[in-house]
Design a protein around this ligand. Structure first.
Ligand SMILES: Cc1cc2nc3c(=O)[nH]c(=O)nc-3n(C[C@H](O)[C@H](O)[C@H](O)COP(=O)(O)OP(=O)(O)OC[C@H]3O[C@@H](n4cnc5c(N)ncnc54)[C@H](O)[C@@H]3O)c2cc1C
Length: 113
């Protein structure tokens, strides 16, 4: 998906291919190994990247798109002119639509009913 968004080169610069992983016991003795290239194959071989580097790539790719960090969605209200969203800092804004990507305990899913 990142490649389709034009972020493939930036991702390649900050990540490394994951060829295999190994499970070990607490003494470090190898229990099993998985060939990840064979497991994942094309079109999406796995790459390892830290969360911070991935966020930097995503933020650079979304330059020009307003991003607000450090606030949470607290409630939604569907209105005729769009969706009114309340945030944890007490602010509120109206959007044409809202995409819920806030994880397993999604506030957006709960508020959307
Ligand atoms: C320890 C661990 C290891 C894992 N290892 C793997 C793995 O190796 N491979 C794999 O495929 N999956 C793995 N997973 C599962 C994977 O992390 C999840 O499936 C994936 O992160 C879900 O993505 P998501 O975008 O739906 O939610 P999340 O990654 O949970 O992202 C949700 C985001 O929404 C934000 N948010 C939450 N509530 C609000 C709110 N009210 N307002 C605004 N923002 C909000 C959160 O801060 C977070 O940034 C692992 C999970 C755990 C816990």
């Amino acid at each position: 998906m990142l490649r389709a968004m034009g972020l493939g080169e930036a991702l390649d610069r900050v990540s490394a291919p994951l060829a295999r992983w190994t499970f070990c016991d607490r003494t470090g003795e190898e229990l099993c190994e998985t060939d990840l290239e064979a497991l994942w194959g094309e079109p999406a071989p796995g790459r390892g990247v830290t969360r911070q580097r991935l966020q930097e790539v995503l933020l650079a790719g979304a330059a020009g798109v307003p991003v607000r960090l450090g606030v949470a969605v607290t409630s939604l209200q569907v209105r005729e002119d769009g969706v009114s969203v309340s945030f944890s800092d007490g602010s509120r804004a109206t959007y044409a639509f809202v995409v819920g990507a806030d994880g397993i305990a999604s506030t957006v899913r709960r508020c959307a009913g």
